[in-house]
Design a protein around this ligand. Sequence first.
Ligand code: FES
Length: 153
Amino acid sequence: MTIDLQKVDAIVATRGSGLQNAIPVLQGVQEEFRFVPREAIKRIAEITSMTESQLFGVATFYTQFRLKPVGERIIKVCHGTACHVGGAEGLTEALEAKLGVKNGENTPDMKYTLDSVACVGCCSLAPVVMVEDLTFGRLDRKKAVKIIDDFEG
Ligand code: FES
């Protein structure tokens, strides 16, 4: 994947170049590329007072930042307590089988990324899967697989 460094420059120009701006700058990079590419971090370090290690420190400390490319749709299976009790493990297994990937991986066509996350805050709907900003609740294996079928429909 080629990273357009001019886009990185523009993000720094609007969000600031001091260490206090590291989070908004990295958020801008992630909004643009859907993850924080290594090349972007290198570029930010070249044109600001922030160092690569400071930027990596911030990017790895906050779970909101992704350092690897992701698919067009991120499927987040909640593995918080209520969802775990409600069968989250089975949902992950069913989705792994459906997508042909392991948890944490992207499908080869980069359409989906399967991920497990901590409580997403709607435990009364457990077990829950989120696809981007859509929430699907009270799922079983079959319903979880149907989410993908409906997207593919
Ligand atoms: S544990 Fe899954 S939404 Fe809270």
